[in-house]
Write a new protein. Sequence first.
Length: 154
Amino acid sequence: MGIIELMNERDSENLNKEKKKKDLGPPLKILLADDTAVNLALATKLLKRRGHDVIAVEDGLLAYEAFKEGTFDVVLMDIHMPVMDGLESTAKIRDYEASENSRPPTAIIAMTANNEQSDHEIYLKSGMNGIITKPLDIKTVVTQIREIITSFSG
């Protein structure tokens, strides 16, 4: 096999790897809130690899402030964070949306290691639109995000 054939083969393999990393569907603008630095860095990296635009913050107050400053397709919100937790941040975001008549509601998805159904019901009643359990599997996360956004926006 010649050098050109090897280069073409390598380029083809790299292209196939890149295609696998891309998400199905258009890129999303995602607000990601998690107080664990490793979770935040890993989720940001994996979502960006799939072509999404990610704004990452470390607590609920910063999530609320970032939400007011931008528009997002979805918010991924950890539940237990310092300064302001995910439930309080969600309530503030929903109040802000209600005060901004021209702004459509944004899907907010809880990210939690908690698997208790009763707690999941509390998250949904608080204004969240779905739940993703940790540890995060990026393929599952992307699929769940798309399903929740679709069901939320009708």
